[in-house]
Design a protein around this ligand. Structure first.
Ligand SMILES: [Cu+2]
Length: 105
């Protein structure tokens, strides 16, 4: 079987346009990450409460807990929310939190 060759056809042009579009989407959806320390978080129920509170914020994409370290890694869209908002949400839920690492954008 012949290997597929990118020819200068309308289909190739369409594929290229689609790839460009996806590249743009990915760039717009760029995520920042912040690690926070949550000293009051002692069990899985705590994690659920925090998770619920943080996911209320538009722009939060993911949260990953480390129960032993009492930290959480949160991925968010910096165009929609920021660290202060995330910390407030935790605090409002009864779990004051502080930043462990600066966000990597
Ligand atoms: Cu708990």
């Amino acid at each position: 079987m012949e290997a597929p060759v990118m020819k200068n056809t309308p289909l190739a042009a369409l594929t290229f346009a689609l790839l460009l579009a996806f590249g743009t989407l990915a760039a717009e959806n760029e995520a920042a990450t912040v690690q926070i320390a949550i000293p009051n978080m002692v069990c899985v129920s705590c994690e659920l409460v925090i998770e619920r509170a943080v996911f209320e914020i538009k722009g939060v994409n993911d949260i990953e807990f480390d129960g032993d370290a009492k930290t959480a890694l949160i991925r968010f869209d910096p165009a929609l929310t920021d660290i202060d908002q995330i910390l407030s949400a935790c605090s409002d839920a009864g779990y004051p939190a502080t930043v462990v690492e600066a966000p990597s954008i």
